[in-house]
Design a protein around this ligand. Sequence first.
Ligand SMILES: Nc1ncnc2c1ncn2[C@@H]1O[C@H](COP(=O)(O)OP(=O)(O)O)[C@@H](O)[C@H]1O
Ligand SMILES: [Mg+2]
Length: 475
Amino acid sequence: MTPSPRATWSLRLNLMAWLAVPMVLVLAASLWLSYRTAWRQAMLFMDRDLTSSARMIAEEVRYREGAVGVVIPPAALEIFASDAHDEVAYAVFDDKGVLIAGFPGLTPPSRKPTDGRVEGFDTMFRTEAMHAVSLRQPVITPDGISSVSVTVGETLKARDALVRALWLRGFIEQAALMLAAAISIWFGITVELRPILRLRRAVLDRPPQSVEPFDPGEVQQELQPLVTAVNDHMARLGAYLDRQQRFLDGAAHQMRTPLAILKTQIGVGRRSKSDAQVREVLDKIDQSVSSMTRVTNQLLTLGRVEYERARPAAGPVDMRELLRAVVADIAPRALDCGVDLALEAETPCTVAANELLVREMVVNLVDNAIQHAGRGAVATLSAEVADGMGVITVRDNGPGVPRAERERLFSRFRRGRSAGAGGSGLGLTIVAEIAEMSGGKVELPEVPGGNGFAVAVTLPLWQEDQGTASTNLVV
Ligand SMILES: Nc1ncnc2c1ncn2[C@@H]1O[C@H](COP(=O)(O)OP(=O)(O)O)[C@@H](O)[C@H]1O
Ligand SMILES: [Mg+2]
């Protein structure tokens, strides 16, 4: 499994990146909001000053000596004294739009404010941008009630400075908050990673043969399934190592005994005086070597089965063809031993398995029939489909094995009481392990008529769509 490039980045940086994106978005949104708030607040202050100035001016508007006039009270303009040195402009127009006091060029808004209401608006005065307010003031004249509009505007330096000051403060507060959050998260992650680093240390410090489980309680809840999965894997690995160890022990035993016998036979041969005696010993040595070859082959097969178990590879195996090939291969040996081979495979039967191992399995069963059924026996090989599974049976009409003894025959190195010399007790173990690793099972059914021995191996059938799923057919 190749790790995706993303998965190999630093966990700390990944988490920080996940947090940084929303944090920056939130910071941007909140900066914008605080700018808006600061701006609104500054506008409020400005409008308040402009309005009170406009009102002061409006209160001074009188009808005097035949005309509406105004004397601008100094206080009305002093309100604006600020460090920003803003320019202030005012203008009073009568109801005909004639400027009666103030600066030409500061025009009221085109839409006249209703009486008593103050209208705020942005405008230009000469070359300066200004914010201004305008209000209407009724004036009593001999001809009745007339009205004037009073407009007061101020350049924006003080307002902008206030917005900046208010906003900067909000910005610094929020940035400090974010920074504190980032530092806290960084430290948090560092602390939270410690159990994983401890686990890593524990894994690195382990002796190679140790398969003791790790304590899931040592890590956070979210990581416990990972530790449990690793423990499960190690349990399987432990079982595998155990099997390997037992296999090696058994193999060593199996090799030592015949080697000792061989050594004795050679000793006897050396001491033999006559040619006839030497030939007799050589025959025995030949038998011993044949038997050892068989045992060695079976041990190697068992080792192979163990290896394949770790990476099962299933392909379609045509059982009719396979049985036919096995019969053709073994027929000469069966003939030598006086055992007849028969084949019963009328229906197609294609199972999903490793072809070499299934062949090994069948060869072991036929070998057993030849070895244990005795001269004159008939061994029948059959393949059929039953209950959606492929069933391969090898049966013979030899002496068989008493029922009480049967189940034990699948254990390693276990042989029947009446089995003749030259076996290893591994044949049926190999058969059982191959059946099991192929997803099947092996049984010893009753033989029709009660006499003889039969082994039935059930294997899953090959499904047509399996071809795409299974890739490693190589054996
Ligand atoms: N076809 C058979 N007829 C009678 N007994 C059998 C037959 N096949 C197996 N057995 C018994 O099962 C035992 C285990 O078989 P196996 O594991 O192949 O070991 P081995 O053949 O080396 O003795 C044999 O020793 C024998 O007693
Ligand atoms: Mg055998």
